[in-house]
Design a protein around this ligand. Structure first.
Ligand code: FE2
Ligand code: FE2
Length: 201
């Protein structure tokens, strides 16, 4: 076995030992499409919180949806990625699309924006990969980038949970909790896979 083959063999052993995890939760059970927010929450929310939350959601909804074009771009080079990375990425996409749907429902009941309008807004978005191409060059770089991005999401969703989500009832608050937990797992999964590269340092 050559030195390179030996290194690859060690990495595949480490990959099989990597602990990739997923937070399992049921969006339909927590926030069904028919969910109606009691107007009391909006009336009783501290001054400015409702309008700021609407503004925040108007951005967050679509950035969660952006995960699909990013995934599609990465998959054009899937032949260069390890099976463990691709498996982790599938779980990641599943979660991010659930976040997209969870935030669509949240935005709908908090701000009254209808789903067709959200579809129009999202379809009009331009997904520019060029500015981030340099952080998508290979699996190692993507994992490092992912760690930074996901820990940033943990931090901001945790702050938003305290500042906004918790004022609008148990279901919305739980959505906020799951967002924090899922993003934390994305960070930890990227870190786990990155550790398997240590054999190549
Ligand atoms: Fe997310
Ligand atoms: Fe994430």
């Amino acid at each position: 076995m050559s030195a390179i083959q030996h290194t690859q063999h060690l990495r595949s052993l480490s990959i099989s030992a990597a602990r990739v995890k997923q937070n399992i939760w049921d969006l339909d059970a927590l926030l069904p499409l028919s969910y109606c927010l009691s107007p009391q929450y909006i009336e009783l929310a501290p001054r400015g919180i409702h309008s700021n939350f609407c503004h925040l959601l108007s951005r967050d909804v679509y950035s969660e949806g952006d995960s699909q074009p990013l995934y599609d771009y990465i998959m054009t080079r899937s032949d260069q990625m390890s099976p463990a990375f691709l498996a982790m990425l599938d779980l990641w996409l599943e979660d991010e699309l659930k976040h997209y749907e969870a935030l669509r429902r949240t935005y709908h009941c908090i701000a009254g924006v209808d789903f067709a309008e959200m579809d129009r807004q999202f379809a009009a978005r331009v997904h520019e990969i060029k500015p981030i191409e340099m952080v998508l060059v290979d699996e190692f770089t993507m994992l490092v980038t992912m760690m930074f991005d996901e820990i940033g999401s943990v931090y901001s969703y945790r702050r938003d949970l305290w500042e906004y989500y918790r004022h609008f009832g148990t279901a919305i608050q739980k959505i906020g909790h799951h967002l924090v937990k899922d993003e934390g797992m994305h960070f930890s999964n990227a870190a786990e896979l990155l550790l398997t590269f240590q054999v190549m340092f």
